[in-house]
Ligand binder design. Structure first.
Ligand code: HEC
Ligand code: HEC
Length: 396
């Protein structure tokens, strides 16, 4: 059979299949199906991070978990990572803008599926997860203990230095910076384990892949109509692309970017500048990968004026658990986010380049459909985590 004949046959069968559907049922064209399939399978297999020698190491994961919940890592002794990243609130704090020792400018990002990120932070100022974890320890508004304070704490505490030794194979040494960076790496080993589980969307996507009509039918029609908007007229999948629903890049989604008191948040523009100045990057001495295999993107990053006001495209898995939304938490609910895209002020967007976002003018039902789809990206039983995993460590 030639390819042409096969194509005609497939097209014929599809027409027949659509015609045979009961009235009102939602089905997808071949082109839509191809787009949908690219958002899986889930979960993806993750490889260890070559820039972090303890990535995937069980002792480092256990050490990172303890550090994450330890308020002694803040100058005031009252703030831990979990203050702003609560396991019971989708690893966020539920606030528009976070508050540690003092208020910060941005909304706390959730900590799901971090191994798939290419850049970290809303502005991508960090190129590794371990470097991102150091930032709150240095920032006085967040935890502000500083490198020396953190290293001193670990060296002086019997349990923490025992855990450090189990994770890294040596006792915490005299090089303050190295001990400090290692804390970021242990935290990274822990955070990499926070991968979201299967969702109703994934079951539907896989049913579509194996052409299982009964499996497909279990996914609600509203979510199907929302999905069609997502990959079609809404063009959402242009940026929220792939299994994690993020293309790893930065964009202007038309959200006002004020950092409070009238100052503009420069977004990616400021992020690139910070990245260039930092010694904690893939180009620096703390990258554990001698071949620098993942450093190419950092070497080639260029600052452009259009980066001003761009923010990282966030992943959408479990987004229903992480309200409020956007870099400064300006939108309260998923319905508000969808309304934002529907009534978007195109004048706000950067003029340069090809326009991806357009005002969508969605009907009330279409908006509800998109929300139903976004909600279907939520796992049934999000994992609960706490500091205590009883009885597993030999360190007392
Ligand atoms: C004061 C609240 C606060 C504290 C404390 C805090 N964070 Fe955050 N976290 C944030 C905010 C806000 C962001 C977004 C930052 C930005 O883009 O500027 C963030 C971003 C992150 C990210 C980036 C996620 C991504 O998708 O890029 C990681 C990872 C992270 N925090 C881990 C930690 C760890 C580990 C600690 C403890 C050492 C910690 N955070 C402490 C508020 C906090
Ligand atoms: C041009 C790229 C682009 C397109 C197209 C796009 N988004 Fe976004 N999306 C972003 C960026 C960038 C952000 C973060 C913006 C900010 O904080 O300023 C975002 C944020 C979001 C958030 C909030 C996530 C969070 O954790 O705060 C949701 C939900 C969302 N988008 C859904 C959609 C939907 C639905 C569509 C289609 C109607 C869509 N997006 C189209 C780039 C895009």
């Amino acid at each position: 059979m030639t390819d042409i004949v096969r194509l005609i046959l497939v097209a014929f069968c599809m027409q027949w299949a659509v015609a045979a559907l009961p009235a009102g049922a939602v089905d997808f064209t071949a082109a839509e199906t191809r787009k949908i399939l690219r958002h899986g399978p889930w979960p993806q297999t993750a490889t260890p991070d070559p820039s972090n020698r303890v990535s995937g190491n069980p002792a480092a994961i256990a050490f990172g978990r303890v550090l994450f919940f330890d308020t002694r890592l803040s100058a005031s002794g009252s703030v831990s990572c979990a203050t702003c990243h609560r396991p019971d609130a989708g690893w966020t704090d539920g606030r528009a803008r976070s508050r540690g020792q003092r208020a910060v400018d941005r909304n706390a990002l959730s900590l799901f599926n971090l191994r798939f990120n290419r850049w970290f932070g809303w502005d991508g100022a960090q190129d590794t997860l371990w470097a991102q974890n150091l930032r709150p320890l240095l920032d006085r508004r967040e935890m502000g203990i500083g490198a020396a304070g953190a290293a001193r704490l670990v060296r002086g505490d019997r349990t923490l230095s025992c855990r450090y030794r189990l994770a890294f194979g040596v006792a915490p040494g005299p090089d303050v910076e190295r001990v400090f960076v290692d804390l970021g790496k242990a935290l990274a080993a822990f955070l990499e384990t926070l991968v979201t589980g299967r969702t109703p969307f994934d079951d539907f996507r896989d049913a579509l892949a194996r052409n299982d009509a009964a499996g497909r039918a279990r996914y609600p029609d509203a979510a199907k109509r929302g999905l069609r908007l997502f990959v079609g007229r809404g063009n959402c999948a242009f940026c929220h692309f792939g299994p994690a629903f993020a293309n790893g890049e930065f964009a202007d989604a038309g959200v006002p970017h004020f950092a409070g008191s009238g100052r503009a948040d420069p977004g990616r523009f400021g992020g690139i500048r910070k990245l260039r100045k930092s010694s904690y990057t893939l180009l620096g001495r703390f990258n554990d990968d001698p071949a620098r295999t993942t450093a190419v993107k950092t070497r080639h990053v260029r600052l452009a004026h259009s980066n001003f006001g761009e923010f990282r495209v966030p992943g959408l898995r479990n987004a229903a658990l992480t309200a409020p939304y956007m870099h400064a938490g300006s939108l309260k609910t998923l319905a508000d986010v969808v309304r934002h895209y529907s009534t978007l002020d195109e004048e706000r967007l950067h003029a340069g380049g090809e326009r991806i976002l357009r005002r969508l003018d969605l009907s009330a039902r279409e908006q509800a459909d998109l929300v139903a789809f976004l909600e279907s990206l939520t796992e049934a039983e999000p994992r609960r985590e706490s500091a205590a995993k009883p009885g597993t460590s030999p360190c007392r």
